[in-house]
Ligand binder design. Structure first.
Ligand code: F6R
Length: 245
């Protein structure tokens, strides 16, 4: 992977990776204080978000004019549910930074009107976008958000049936030991429309899928591979996740 405006940074440890990611997000936020930000949940960015929140508060960066859009949510859950994407962002960023509710658009995946939730997110991105920075993780099947293998490149927000591997890996977020079978996600078209994309991956368990996604263009079998076509893409890995790249 070597196109212009692409970078790969390999950090020794998860802590180092988190520090680099937090610094990179902070720099974009400083340069675009009225920007629109789309941030993944999941385990990988947890530490980066804690470091980011601390730095924003320590340095007094004004985040009150930023807007945020949820990347994805498990169908059947909302921010009140432990393990939901919204709950993680509330805990690590929106709460600590005091982000006002009217600055956040997030899928309410408990709604009886899921197409309406998708329209809500599409309108928010159309009104306030393009997204200045999208922060992503990668699923074990290469998904981006909940864009599972086979998703078309131009998609907007939509519901997805989740593959077995996504559901089984997803049980780690839930005390119940089961994960929902569906997700709402912004589309690959909206991810690719972001001005910058940053993907974090950590741990040896991700090394195989990171290699398959980023050593050559494997889209649409590996959705994350589409980022090789993004004009401004940063791949941030720790050493364990980077063995194949
Ligand atoms: C979460 C999301 C997912 C995760 C991916 C990796 O909002 O969009 O695509 O980024 O499943 O999850 P972790 O970081 O837990 O390995």
């Amino acid at each position: 992977m070597k196109p212009r405006n692409h970078s790969i940074e390999v950090s020794a440890t998860y802590e180092d990776l988190s520090e680099r990611a937090a610094a990179a997000i902070f720099e974009v936020m400083r340069s675009a204080p009225r920007g629109l930000y789309c941030l993944a949940a999941g385990d990988t960015p947890r530490r980066a978000y804690r470091l980011l929140a601390r730095r924003v508060l320590d340095e007094g960066l004004n985040v009150s004019e930023m807007r945020f859009v949820g990347l994805d949510e498990w169908i059947g859950l909302d921010g009140h549910d432990r393990g939901s994407c919204r709950a993680l962002l509330n805990e690590l960023l929106f709460g600590p930074l005091g982000i006002r509710m009217d600055r956040i658009a997030f899928f309410d995946a408990k709604s009886a009107d899921l197409p309406g939730e998708c329209r809500k997110i599409d309108e928010w991105i159309a009104d306030w976008g393009p997204i200045d920075l999208v922060v992503l993780g990668i699923g074990m099947n290469g998904h981006l958000g909940f864009n599972e293998p086979g998703t078309r490149a131009e998609t907007l927000s939509h519901a997805m049936d989740l593959e077995e591997v996504t559901q089984s890996v997803g049980t780690k977020y839930f005390d119940s030991g089961t994960a929902p079978a569906g997700g709402l996600t912004i589309g690959l078209g909206q991810i690719m429309g972001a001005k910058r994309a940053l993907l974090m991956a950590s741990g040896e368990g991700k090394a195989g899928i990171v290699r398959r996604a980023f050593s050559s263009d494997s889209f649409p079998e590996i959705p994350a591979s589409i980022l090789l076509r993004h004009p401004r893409f940063s791949l941030l890995l720790d050493a364990a996740a980077a063995t194949g790249v």
